[in-house]
Design a protein around this ligand. Structure first.
Ligand SMILES: Cc1cc2nc3c(=O)[nH]c(=O)nc-3n(C[C@H](O)[C@H](O)[C@H](O)COP(=O)(O)OP(=O)(O)OC[C@H]3O[C@@H](n4cnc5c(N)ncnc54)[C@H](O)[C@@H]3O)c2cc1C
Length: 302
């Protein structure tokens, strides 16, 4: 069935279709099983053709960006994982607005703004991943978050392209409400103009801050848990005595205790068990329920 679907998709699409693709190659934690199929549509029309086939055949799909916030279970993903890497247009509109597609990286967006003296997106400097992933997660740092820049969001829902103004969207800390299967195509962002030297200084400062505080040395997904209201997840994990705690190849970083590391040969199962222990200990000690910021997807292994 998978190879039949792969052949059909190769006939219908101009983009790439891979079979049995290890998702460890596409995530920063470097763990997880394979996707039945991994598709990289050539453009928006190609994506719509792909989704039409998947919807007709009732095949599940999962969109990924850079995989920097994703833990794929060891059994991989039954269905089609879709990368929007080829949807990467970035256009300056009037009034300091930018039309940015989901596959553009945060790094490209920040450079684009820096070169044009556009202020507001500096906090994205050093947050790895794509704009699609940043919007889906409402990524942020240093007091800023990407949804605050959004004028309108463009998504694919049930085969139709829908544009939604920010006021009609529901979002919060590392969260954007989406319908099941909804795909973010891009957004129009509102920037302002400002002093180019100050802009460059802020970007360089944020990058230096990350080099100093997040130099953890091993593959990771950034902060594994969300900060509970009024608390810092790293502090709770540290005070629960878990600095350096290890399950198999997965370990709590000694440098930043909300970063879980793949120190070599870790499985997704190691990360899931480590996360379970952290949640249990923090709950016992402080009565606080930690919630994963990392999205956990796919099937369990054997
Ligand atoms: C070293 C390091 C530091 C980090 N620092 C920060 C930080 O300061 N702040 C912060 O917020 N995050 C941080 N992160 C986490 C991560 O970089 C962000 O969450 C980023 O926005 C993820 O983007 P991505 O493209 O990699 O998304 P992915 O990890 O590929 O996907 C994340 C989620 O978004 C969904 N998704 C992705 N693209 C789309 C789309 N087009 N349509 C619909 N759904 C989509 C995926 O299905 C998944 O559920 C850090 C990670 C690392 C490794």
């Amino acid at each position: 069935m998978t190879s039949g679907l792969a052949s059909l998709l190769r006939e219908r699409l101009r983009g790439q279709v891979l079979e049995n693709e290890p998702l460890a190659r596409h995530t920063s934690l470097k763990v997880g099983g394979a996707a039945d199929l991994f598709a990289v549509p050539a453009d928006r029309d190609d994506l719509q053709s792909l989704l039409a086939v998947l919807s007709e055949r009732k095949v599940p799909h999962l969109v990924i960006g850079g995989g920097y916030n994703l833990l794929v279970r060891d059994g991989g993903f039954r269905g089609v994982v879709i990368s929007l890497a080829q949807l990467a247009s970035l256009e300056l509109l009037t009034g300091n607005r930018i039309d940015v597609a989901a596959g553009v990286t945060n790094r490209q967006l920040v450079s684009f703004c820096r070169e044009r003296g556009l202020v507001g997106a500096e906090f994205l400097a050093g947050i790895p991943g794509t704009v699609g992933g940043a919007l889906a997660m409402n990524a942020g740092a240093h007091g800023g978050a990407i949804m605050e820049l959004v004028v309108s969001l463009s998504t694919l829902k049930g085969g139709a392209v829908i544009t939604t103004e920010r006021g009609e969207l529901s979002y919060g800390y590392r969260h954007l409400e989406q319908a099941p299967g909804e795909i973010i195509l891009g957004a129009v962002l509102q920037l302002t103009t400002g002093d180019p030297a100050g802009l460059a200084e802020r970007i360089d400062g944020y990058l230096a801050h990350r080099r100093q505080h997040q130099n953890v040395g091993y593959p990771n997904a950034g902060s594994f848990f969300k900060n509970p209201p009024g608390e810092q997840a790293w502090r709770l994990i540290e005070q629960a005595g878990l600095r350096g705690y290890r399950v198999g190849g997965a370990q709590v970083s000694e440098v930043h205790t909300n970063f879980l590391l793949n120190t070599g040969g870790a499985t997704a199962g190691d990360f899931l068990e480590l996360a379970r222990i952290i949640k249990e200990r923090v709950k016992e000690r402080f009565g606080v329920e930690l919630e994963e910021e990392v999205r956990i997807v796919g099937q369990n292994g054997d």
